[in-house]
Write a protein of this length. Structure first.
Length: 258
């Protein structure tokens, strides 16, 4: 995209209007896509998580269908029967990108930082990680990692000190100490973060959770929002896909990914 923009500027300077129009159109097509985050209802089989849809297209849903889609402008929920245009939202791309970049870069250094979602069943508030790439000590399943050298472990509480015991599949264990008021700690260097590596994480007084690492291309950490969502979906990183969808929701009604 950067190369296309540079060439567009050069063509403008030379007065090649037709070339500018063609390249601008190509750039728009390359960048514009919509990703399915979650689907329920009779049409759900046709819309698995990660499916790419044309950004300017229209889809037809059936009664009881609920489709959550994500594009560069944010996440929206489409409900009910009839045609639904994929383009169009009240949220601006700038607002969405600000939320997206914060989710990629927040260090978790400010204790008050972090999101809040609600349990879809009970309505109870749930504190969510401030960073897409933190390892949430509560979440079992596949965890996508864009940069293994900066991986961090995150807990949702500031209350008192606590320990997390991380055990490798082969039995090697390491303990991480959370001081009072700390929510983030470095992942132990002694435990390799490799594609497919499996670990059991157990916080004091909590049930252990098993996580499996999936390494995603480094570009997923900084490139377009839909590309990141697509990578998370393709690798089965459900909790992170949920977190991303909630963070950039354009209508505030994103149900959890199952």
């Amino acid at each position: 995209m950067r190369e296309v923009k540079v060439l567009v500027n050069k063509l403008k300077a030379l007065g090649y209007a037709a070339g500018v129009a063609a390249l601008a159109g190509t750039a728009g097509v390359a960048a514009a896509k919509t990703i399915v985050v979650r689907a329920t209802g009779p049409s759900s089989a046709a819309y698995p998580a990660g499916k790419v849809l044309p950004d300017d297209g229209t889809i037809t849903l059936k009664p009881a269908d609920v489709l959550v889609v994500l594009d560069s402008r944010g996440t929206r929920t489409l409900r009910g029967s009839g045609p639904h245009r994929l383009a169009g939202t009240t949220q601006t791309a700038a607002t969405t990108q600000t939320a997206f970049q914060r989710l990629l870069t927040d260090s978790g250094g400010r204790p008050s930082r972090g999101g809040v979602s609600r349990d879809p069943t009970t309505g109870a508030k749930i504190v969510t990680s401030p960073n897409l790439w933190f390892v949430d000590v509560r979440q079992a399943g596949t965890v996508c990692v864009a940069d293994a050298t900066t991986l961090k472990l995150w807990r949702p509480s500031l209350d008192g000190g606590a320990k997390a015991t991380i055990t490798a599949a082969g039995g090697q264990a390491n303990t991480v100490d959370f001081a009072k008021g700390a929510m983030v700690r470095e992942w132990p260097a002694q435990l390799p973060v490799t594609d497919g590596a499996t670990y059991r994480v157990q916080m004091d007084g909590a049930q252990p959770v098993t996580i499996r690492f999936a390494l995603v291309p480094a570009g997923s950490a900084a490139h377009a929002l839909p590309d990141t969502a697509e990578a998370l979906a393709q690798h089965g990183c459900t909790a992170q896909l949920n977190l991303l969808a909630q963070a950039v929701s354009a209508d505030g009604s994103v149900p959890p990914v199952s």
